[in-house]
Ligand binder design. Structure first.
Ligand code: CP
Length: 311
């Protein structure tokens, strides 16, 4: 058998090799073309969101159900014993995991998914831990980039907005560093990409540059990856100051490459004017829909040996 992901935890995108990522993308493509409604028959998947989510939770739960599995869990920490009675995360994980075949979780604290994986032997999938990592978002982002560009290699990719607290850009930059792309990091100085990510990119000889305006680079891009300022991570005064720092509108796309696609993990707040939605460059809603296929692929590989890497 050649499925290196079988029964693995998915905690950080850095745990996955280029060939692992390629296997997941091939599998997502296959599942988008050919649904497999019985692949997870009799499997129970725990979906535990200790922090709010719309896309990640609903696309994950859709992915389970469209593969024939069933979901248990909760959609916020508010009503759990953990929140109301002071139960530890370790105890919660041990109990919930004893009912399920895989454990998908989002948590506001960095490192929570890694910690959870120490208390169960079933696969733990990180659906976002604080400002640290969001590996399944990266899988759907990679799938979407491949779908629109027919390659992941040698692309010009700009990351815009809150690069300090935005966990999606941390995971995506790490993953794309395996594919010889050029990166443009566009942010206010206070929200710049963390040094530890920049150091990793230097170690891998990845080309990157720092910018303070979208217009500086937009005409050279294949992918423009917008992000929101993370309201929940600022006080109100700071948030008001930061939130409108970078706004994309349709006029800024007059001279861009034909193949440019604008992506955003969503929700958008003030970063993309709705006039961009009508341009051929907007692809963020299709990106969100791809979350179902990317998460189906991951579940299929973690829980079955139906899909295999090419020998
Ligand atoms: N992209 C993303 O993580 O969205 P949700 O917070 O709605 O899950």
């Amino acid at each position: 058998m050649n499925n290196p992901l079988y029964q693995k935890n998915i905690i950080s995108i850095a745990d996955l090799s280029r060939s692992d990522l390629e296997l997941i993308l091939q599998t997502a493509h296959s599942l988008k073309q050919t649904p497999q409604p019985e692949l997870l028959k009799n499997k129970v998947i725990a979906s535990c969101f200790f922090e709010a989510s719309t896309r990640t939770r609903l696309s994950f739960e859709t992915a389970v159900q469209r593969l024939g599995g069933s979901v248990i869990g909760f959609d916020s920490g508010g009503n759990t014993s953990l929140a109301q009675k002071g139960e530890t995360l370790a105890d919660s994980v041990k109990i919930i995991a004893s009912y399920a075949d895989a454990f998908f979780m989002r948590h506001p604290q960095e490192g929570a998914a890694r910690l959870a994986s120490e208390f169960t032997s079933i696969p733990v999938i990180n659906g976002g831990d604080g400002s640290n990592q969001h590996p399944t978002q990266t899988l759907l982002d990679l799938f979407t980039i491949y779908e629109t560009q027919a390659t992941l290699d040698n692309l010009n990719i700009a990351f815009v907005g809150d690069l300090k607290y935005g966990r999606t850009v941390h995971s995506l930059a790490q993953a794309l560093s395996l594919f010889n792309c050029n990166f443009y990091f566009i942010s206010p100085e206070a929200l710049a990409m963390p040094d530890y990510i920049l150091e990793e990119l230097k170690e891998r000889n990845v080309n990157f540059s720092l910018h303070s305006s979208i217009e500086d680079v937009v005409d050279d891009l294949d992918i423009l990856y917008m992000t929101r300022v993370q309201k929940e991570r600022f006080d109100e005064t700071e948030y008001q100051h930061m939130k409108s720092a970078f706004l994309l509108n349709a006029d800024m796309l007059d001279d861009v490459r034909d193949n440019l696609k604008v992506l955003h993990p969503l929700p958008r707040i003030d970063e993309i004017n709705i006039d961009v939605d009508e341009t051929p460059y907007a692809y963020y809603f299709q990106q969100a829909q791809n979350g179902v296929f990317a998460r189906q692929a991951l579940l299929a590989l973690l829980l079955t040996n139906h899909f295999q890497a090419n020998a």
